[in-house]
Design a protein around this ligand. Structure first.
Ligand SMILES: Nc1ncnc2c1ncn2[C@@H]1O[C@H](COP(=O)(O)OP(=O)(O)OP(=O)(O)O)[C@@H](O)[C@H]1O
Length: 705
């Protein structure tokens, strides 16, 4: 919107609450408002009428400042909307959009209290207004959840939110849709009363013709033009001659109620079209439908505009938004009617989700296979033979031995029943003794004194485990039989004490740090990307913006509330991996926490990028999921980066979690600190991505505003 400093001066506009001059606005190539002039006098109710799609809502959005105009000037209460320091958007204006724009997880009381906080009302003021509005708008109990209210009740809550702070200007887009006639009359009576003081002005769109007659001024819109503006009775009087003529020709019923509708049609005709009586009759029929039908409220994504109204964010607004985000989160997953029950479970779910995920990883990924069935073909008959002794050293938890004949064992392995066959010749004990004691033995002795193993190598992990277990069993057997002479049959390779890590390190130990970062990152992405997108779609971002919340405050509130959530998540996550799953940590716990929190913040800022760029939740979901697997696979979290072929490895190293996972492993398993390049590199890359995502989100928002 062109900020017109001249127009911002109250001079020359005394007595007008809203002035629109030569206003134009298009959606792409669709011209919705063209050279529109409108004046809402101070202390008046202005009824804005026009057929569906003529541009009424667009005009109201331009007046409150959520949409930019392409040309012309608008002044609202003396200044252009969103003029620095002006309280429009802000406390001076109460806006009820056509969309419901309510938080479904809030109660009626929560909703009104939320807007009270944003408008800076004291607790006492808010309580008094809430009690009045609940009584006045005939709302159910204030603890009722919005999602459990009827359509009409929800619209009344929305109206209540607009009336809450006693604004100087009320902008109401079809406030009485779905409201019964008695309450509708009461609402109008209230509007008439509040404008009587001369301090409050109202602009209202309606499709009910009898309502428009109660307005002080009406404006008739068609195809983005304002065709007529004036007092309803005066307009009617002015056209009474034509009215009488047409009434006799049309022969309509309910003329009193429909009079105004007819006048609208007549004005269209007189001012813009040279139409004959038959055409006027046709227009009458057409507009009678439009004006007397309740047009269902349609929710459509609204443009979200970013304006710098106040440079410094206000903590009052950030606190209100943070409370809102946490309450929504708390009540989101269940659809339980009772607020107390919903409170208890939903936030717990948010906090426990990463714990469940990391527990599944620790339990299911990287452990040794258990209960693997192996066929044993033992041709030695003696119970004291070496074959029995060797088999007794096999780890029974991992390897389950099934003693079979040669034919049964091979039938079984070919049928996929066993992962391997272990065979001993009938002279195994004597041949093995010869092999161990004599310097030179025949080929037959070597063969007969060996354990023969046939493996199904289709599962590499199981095959590697079987080989390892057999080697361990043989070493234990040799140690047992030969004592200090066992070196004679051992491999001349000795694995000393490990420098880092323990001899029993499994794959879980490798996976866990990367998995923790990945889980933290993606839960943050999901939470931020979706809550932003949904709020925009439901018209809530616009509504908050009109109430005086800046985009920066919205961003910061999301960042802080998500930060709170991820902090609790990280705490629980660490407790589980360190205390329950006994993942070792040799390094500084502070560094571990900082790195994980920074990864969470990177996830939040990536979520903000998605929110800024994408309008609907399906696409936002796809974007978040679309990057999930490639990132997980390329970041060296589930398989070492060293296995990734060049040039894909360069891409891998540039990703947010590759160096960060490596850094976390170095801290936890090697006990390294920030002086090591492999550690500070992880922090530097994480901070770099953080900054990049936040700048990108801001740039996208700016470009789209
Ligand atoms: N975000 C948008 N993107 C593209 N076109 C839009 C958008 N919003 C509105 N329009 C179009 O602009 C025109 C005017 O819409 P607007 O909502 O202002 O009409 P209206 O007079 O308020 O209608 P109703 O009485 O049915 O609410 C319509 O043709 C509509 O399809």
């Amino acid at each position: 919107m062109a900020v017109d400093v001249e127009a911002s001066s109250p001079a020359g506009q005394e007595g007008s609450a809203i002035r629109c001059r030569d206003v134009c606005r298009s959606y792409g190539k669709l011209k919705v408002l063209s050279d529109l002039n409108l004046t809402v006098p101070q202390g008046h109710i202005y009824g804005l009428l026009g057929p569906s799609g003529c541009g009424k809502t667009t005009l109201l959005k331009c007046i409150v400042g959520t949409l930019k105009i392409s040309r012309g000037h608008i002044t609202v209460l003396g200044k252009p909307p969103a003029y620095p320091g002006h309280e429009v958007p802000g406390r001076m204006v109460g806006y009820m959009p056509q969309e419901l724009a309510l938080y479904h997880e809030f109660t009626i009381s929560d909703t009104l209290t939320f807007f009270g906080r944003i408008h800076g009302l004291t607790w006492k003021e808010t309580r008094a207004r809430v009690d009045f509005l609940i009584d006045f708008l005939a709302l159910p109990q204030k603890q009722s959840l919005v999602r459990n209210l009827s359509g009409g009740q929800r619209r009344r809550v929305s109206l209540g939110a607009a009336l809450l702070q006693n604004p100087e200007l009320l902008i109401l887009d079809e406030p009485t849709v779905g409201v019964d006639p008695v309450l509708r009359a009461k609402i109008w009576q209230h509007l008439v009363e509040i404008v009587r003081t001369g301090k409050v002005s109202v602009i209202i769109t309606t499709h009910y013709i009898e309502e428009a007659r109660q307005a002080n001024v009406v404006g008739l819109m068609r195809n983005g033009h304002l065709l007529a503006e004036g007092h309803p009775e005066a307009v009617m009087k002015q056209h009474s001659a034509t009215f009488h003529k047409l009434r006799s020709s049309v022969g309509g019923k309910n003329w009193d109620i429909q009079t105004f509708l007819w006048v609208c049609v007549k004005i269209f005709e007189i001012k813009h079209y040279s139409v004959c009586e038959a055409e006027v009759k046709h227009l009458y029929v057409k507009y009678e439908y439009v004006f007397t039908t309740i047009v269902p409220c349609c929710v459509r994504p609204a443009d979200w505009k970013v304006r710098a109204r106040h440079l410094l964010p206000r903590w009052r607004n950030i606190a209100a938004l943070m409370i809102k985000t946490l309450v929504r989160m708390k009540r989101m997953p269940g659809c339980v009617r009772d607020v107390a029950v919903v409170n208890a479970d939903s936030l717990c779910f948010q906090f426990l989700l990463p714990v469940i995920q990391v527990s599944l990883i620790c339990l299911c990924v990287g452990g040794d296979p258990q209960g693997i069935q192996v066929a044993v073909v033992n041709n030695e008959t003696s119970a004291s033979g070496y074959s029995q002794s060797l088999l007794s050293f096999l780890d029974n938890a991992s390897v389950q031995q099934v003693h079979l004949s040669h034919a049964e064992a091979f039938d079984g392995i070919y049928n996929g029943e066993y992962w391997g066959v272990i065979g001993f010749g009938k002279n195994f004990t004597s041949y093995l003794t010869k092999r161990m004691l004599q310097q030179k033995v025949s080929r037959e002795v070597v063969d007969g004194g060996s354990v023969h193993v046939w493996l199904d190598l289709t599962n590499q992990q199981i095959a590697i485990m079987l080989q390892k277990k057999l080697h361990e069993a043989f070493q234990a057997f040799v140690d047992n039989k030969m004592g200090s002479m066992s070196y004679l049959v051992a491999l001349p390779i000795k694995f000393e004490e490990p420098i880092y890590g323990s001899e029993n390190t499994d794959f879980t130990t490798f996976v866990t740090p990367g998995a923790v970062l990945s889980i933290t990152f993606y839960l943050a992405v999901g939470l931020t990307a979706l809550s932003f997108v949904l709020e925009r779609k439901e018209g809530l971002l616009d509504r908050c913006w009109v109430a005086g919340v800046s985009s920066m405050e919205t961003m910061l509130a999301h960042l802080f509330s998500q930060l709170f959530v991820i902090s609790v998540q990280i705490l629980l996550l660490l407790l589980f991996i360190l205390l329950v799953f006994k993942i070792p940590n040799e390094g500084s716990l502070t560094l571990v926490i900082i790195l994980i929190v920074l990864q969470g913040v990177t996830g939040i800022s990536f979520g903000l990028v998605i929110s800024a760029a994408i309008d609907d939740e399906q696409s936002a979901n796809q974007a978040a999921l679309g990057v999930f697997y490639p990132n997980l696979i390329l970041s060296g979290i589930i398989w070492p980066v060293e296995c990734i072929p060049y040039p894909l490895r360069y891409l891998s190293l540039a990703l947010p979690q590759t160096y960060a996972s490596e850094a976390l492993r170095c801290i936890m398993y090697r006990g390294w600190g920030l002086s090591r390049m492999m550690v500070w590199r992880g922090f530097a890359v994480t901070l770099g991505w953080n900054t990049f995502f936040i700048i990108l989100a801001t740039v996208i928002l700016k470009l789209r505003s």
